[in-house]
Design a protein around this ligand. Structure first.
Ligand code: G3P
Ligand code: CA
Length: 254
């Protein structure tokens, strides 16, 4: 999961979400066109047990509807508009996003799947994510670096569940840098990478070397400012998640 000499690999955060409505097919297709090395998505469970790509607990901010994702069926969610007046867009399921990634054969793009509210469902979100990855042949990669999927969470419990069920699948334990520097949940759950916010990495840049010394890569979010892209490059961050994948790829190509 590490980067290379040219600098961090670029993950499109919710797709190219500065330019297109987040988590929509248009946002992810644009990110792929712009050369993103990875796509990030948040997944939630619908009332009838489907995994859908939505960040918030409620659909109010990002769609024409109102209410909790967990109280809606896939059929109802699919009737909502997740785009804009000028640019209508439907809901994306995790399966549809995996299909997009696998169909994009010109680059081995990775999918970074973040589980939301894993504790409330007692492991159901993680087991459903693993079942979906298994259905596409992605749950048992030959190595972390060859994996087309990465599972992430702010919950150490969720990461631990994934590690236990799919030991070769790379994982990122998200959290502020201070979470790892005190001796570390990331170490205890065996996450492949630590996942600090850019704000916390500015305060604790030593994290990248400390993580590398422990054999862990660094995934940093959400890195939109050019100065922060440069900071991540200088520090040797492996992956950066950004709402501006095209601009970020251009900056890193200089
Ligand atoms: O990529 C990790 C980052 O997405 C975590 O924060 O709130 O955007 O899901 P959030
Ligand atoms: Ca996320």
């Amino acid at each position: 999961m590490s980067g290379d000499r040219r600098g961090p690999l670029v993950v499109a955060h919710r797709g190219a979400s500065a330019a297109r409505p987040e988590h929509t097919l248009a946002a992810y297709e644009l990110a792929l066109e712009q050369g993103a090395d990875g796509l990030e998505c948040d997944v939630r469970l619908t009332r009838d047990g489907h995994l859908v790509c939505v960040h918030d607990r409620r659909v109010d901010r990002t769609s024409s509807g109102t209410g909790l994702v967990s109280e809606m069926t896939l059929q109802h969610l699919s009737s909502l508009d997740f785009g804009t007046d000028d640019d209508p867009a439907g809901l994306l399921t995790l399966a549809e996003l995996i299909t997009l990634v696998l169909d994009h054969r010109s680059r081995p793009t990775k999918l970074f799947i973040e589980t939301k509210h894993p504790v409330r469902y007692g492991g159901l979100v993680e087991s459903k994510v693993l079942a979906e990855l298994a259905r596409f042949g992605l749950s048992a990669p030959v190595s972390a670096s060859h994996s087309r999927a990465v599972v992430m969470s702010f919950s150490a419990t969720a990461v631990w569940r994934i590690r236990r069920a799919a030991p070769l699948l790379p994982t990122v334990l998200l959290g502020d840098a201070s979470r790892y520097l005190g001796g570390g949940a990331a170490t205890t759950v065996g996450a492949t990478a630590v996942g600090p916010s850019i704000k916390s990495l500015r305060e604790h840049p030593e994290l990248v070397d400390r993580a590398a010394a422990a054999g862990r890569a660094t995934y940093c979010w959400t890195v939109d400012e050019p100065a922060d892209v440069q900071l991540c490059r200088d520090l040797g961050v492996g992956w950066i998640a950004t709402n501006h994948p095209g601009r970020t790829k251009e900056l890193l190509a200089r």
